[in-house]
Design a protein around this ligand. Structure first.
Ligand SMILES: [Zn+2]
Length: 235
């Protein structure tokens, strides 16, 4: 069976081990327009990791300039990535973390950094609960760590948006949480899965089963099994 390949890594690891081949012209113009150096690094790393995921999924020897985006609203060179070599591709970045996936089937990936790790924020205060279904709100009300449960839900909903089966303004109708730390197995025709890292959550929505990886020190992909403690957590 065809698998979706998803890779999650820290921006600094991507930039240190993957070749820094030039972006395409439209992406390079967008990169230059970003003010923050760390935003520019995340922007580049997500695309380099997308190339790595495409190669692992069988796209062959492609370069970052092969990545193109097309906005469904204005037609501009942003928004959903176009398929490359017949493979769907998706990427995401969040303050020092990047995720990317490639698949012969529909696919969306998202990574979310734990904002509250720094602030120590707990509880449901400040969370945009309108992005949750009524049953997800009930789950959060009794969750030991509501912010963590929200992040997991948010990443999965974003992945559904990126896969093209949900709208950003309709997330409150997209049910993805089965428990405070668990996703439902599927949303519509898409399989949902996630991995927890020390400092970030990643989620994928794909019509094909997902094979999760992180990036090794020589650019190789290291498989991430489906259970156990968060990657990078102390033993
Ligand atoms: Zn647009």
């Amino acid at each position: 069976m065809d698998l979706s390949v998803v890779v999650v890594a820290k921006t600094r690891d991507v930039l240190s081990v993957l070749p820094g081949d030039p972006l395409g012209r439209a992406a390079e113009a967008r990169r230059r327009a970003l003010r923050s150096p760390s935003d520019r690094e995340d922007f580049v790393a997500a695309r380099l990791l997308a190339v790595r995921a495409l190669q692992a999924a069988g796209a062959g020897d492609i370069a970052p300039a092969a990545l193109h985006q097309s906005c469904a609203v204005c037609g501009g060179a942003h928004g959903r990535p176009l398929p490359v070599s017949g493979l769907h591709v998706s990427w995401s970045h969040s303050r020092g973390w990047v995720a990317a996936g490639a698949s012969p089937a529909a696919l969306g990936v998202d990574v979310e950094v734990f904002a509250d790790a720094a602030t120590g924020e707990t509880g449901v205060g400040g969370l945009p609960l309108e992005a949750l279904t009524p049953s997800e709100r009930s789950l959060l009300a009794t969750a030991p760590d509501p912010a963590r449960a929200f992040r997991l839900a948010w990443a999965a909903k974003e992945a559904c948006v990126k896969a093209g089966v949900a709208q950003l303004d309709g997330l409150g109708r997209v049910g993805v949480l089965a428990g405070p730390d668990r996703l439902v197995p599927s949303y519509g025709a898409l399989l949902l899965s996630s991995r927890a890292f020390r400092g970030a959550n990643a989620a994928a929505a794909s019509a094909a089963p997902v094979s999760w990886h992180t990036l090794g020190g020589r650019g190789e992909l290291a498989h991430l099994p489906g259970s156990g403690r968060p990657v990078g957590a102390p033993a």
